[in-house]
Ligand binder design. Structure first.
Ligand code: MEV
Length: 433
């Protein structure tokens, strides 16, 4: 290990030095650090208790995004992702947000929606009214199904009832149970409550309760983040800060107006969002489903973020999306790396985690737009892509960078070339380690 760790940048350290730096900054124990790094992470035995037919575990790269200041708090952000440039992009944009205060973020209450589909109701409008009249009774019945959430102040908050008239099977009723799930993701609490409530709903309506399941369009459980960037910090290469700012706004306008572009724009946001969701053991499919459904809430799929110029000429960005993440229960509790990831961020509530994730999504979006609006994304992607190819060819240690740099220089990033270079550099006179 090299002695002078402080003056070097985090990305310049080797793997072990980075871990020690994370330890110094976070106070994680050696065991937690190792869990975070996957060294004593999820075992096949633990996996066997999590899913059916388990044969082992699947690993992803885990990186730490730096420079995040969210609501005034410094945060080391764990990101589990296989795609190059994502961790670097988030870290860089988080740094650019710092001169004007970093990210401000907030959440709405952690209210999830559980849905009940009620079929075979003779007079749906009258049955709807009976359900609404029985609101207190339904909420009381729902209140006792999850004693743990109740103890922490969670529980049912409201019911809504709609008649869906125009469906392929004719009209039916949909009951929404609004449920405050506190620090849980909430799927279990909601689904259990809906199932226990079904007989009462059937009695009140005279119908047959069919589906009882939470909605992933968690549009009452939103996370928002915003940040302001000075144009001079955006300047890049031959592009002035103002050009970059205006280029980013034009790129956003494309996504705001066109679903084809919005899908890719939002995918860039989800690069950051999912990486933290996965690192913390949360259900990224739920987050993906919620985000894209929310992006289409007006009837036309659009951007989850907004980029504008403020009166001072700064670039302002904001994002709003459903964020049904938990810090208790499920894999967040079982997975040792997920537990370490939550501790690394020092989050004490699901809301705080949701705020950080929204900030990372916004940073990731800016990284992509800034690259797209200037040099394009390929240059940045290429050097990491080249590293992947070099490593896949069998290069280790400093040979990875050496081979990657050479391939980028030659603009010839191929497995065959990596193998040739590896052979060449592995000759005794050029061996490095
Ligand atoms: C690639 O994973 C993500 C981007 O396509 C996002 C975007 O186009 O905004 C670069």
């Amino acid at each position: 290990m090299k002695a002078e760790t402080t003056p070097r940048k985090f990305y310049e350290l080797d793997l072990e030095e980075r871990l020690q730096e994370v330890r110094r900054l976070s106070g994680l124990s050696p065991e937690e650090l190792h869990a975070l790094a996957g060294q004593n992470g999820l075992t096949a035995e633990q996996a066997d208790h999590m899913i059916e037919n388990a044969v082992g575990v699947y690993a992803l790269p885990l990186g730490i995004a730096r420079n995040f200041l969210v609501n005034g708090r410094e945060i080391l952000v764990p990101m589990a992702i296989e795609e190059p440039s994502v961790v670097a992009g988030a870290s860089f944009m988080a740094r650019l947000a710092r001169p004007l205060g970093g990210f401000r973020a907030e959440t709405t209450p952690p209210e999830m929606i559980g849905q009940m589909q009620i079929l075979e109701v003779s007079d749906p409008q009258a049955a709807r009214q009976r359900l609404l009249d029985a609101r207190a009774e339904l909420l009381e019945a729902a209140a006792n199904t999850d004693p743990v959430l109740k103890k922490y102040g969670g529980g049912p908050r409201d019911i809504e009832v709609r008649v869906l008239e125009d469906t392929p099977i004719g009209p039916f009723l949909v009951l929404h149970l609004i449920y405050d799930v506190r620090d849980a993701m909430g799927a279990n609490a909601i689904n259990t409550t809906l199932e226990s409530l079904a007989p009462l709903a059937a009695r009140i309506t005279g119908g047959r309760v069919h589906l009882r399941i939470l909605s992933n369009l968690a549009d009452r459980r939103l996370a928002r983040a915003s940040a302001v960037f000075r144009p001079q910090d955006l300047a890049f290469d031959r592009f002035s800060g103002e050009e970059v700012r205006d280029g980013i706004i034009a790129a956003w306008a494309f996504a705001a107006a066109d679903p084809y572009r919005a899908a890719t724009h939002n995918k860039g946001i989800m690069n950051g969002v999912d990486a933290v969701v996965i690192a913390t053991g949360n259900d990224w499919r739920a987050i993906e489903a919620g985000a894209h459904a929310y992006a289409a809430r007006s009837g036309r799929y659009t951007s989850l973020s907004t980029w504008r110029r403020d009166a001072e000429g700064n670039l302002t960005g904001s994002i709003e999306l459903p964020m049904a993440v938990g810090i208790i229960g499920g894999a967040t509790r079982v997975h040792p790396a997920a537990r370490a990831a939550l501790k690394l961020m020092g989050v004490s509530s699901a809301a705080e985690l949701a705020q950080i994730i929204a900030a990372v999504g916004l940073a990731q979006n800016l990284a992509a737009l800034r690259a797209l609006a200037t040099e394009g994304i390929q240059r940045g992607h290429m050097s990491l892509h080249a590293r992947q190819i070099a490593a896949a060819a069998g290069a280790e240690g400093s040979l990875v960078s050496r081979i990657a740099d050479q391939m980028v220089k030659e603009q010839n990033i191929r497995a065959e070339r990596a193998a040739e270079l590896l052979k060449e550099y592995n000759q005794p006179e050029s061996a490095e380690s």
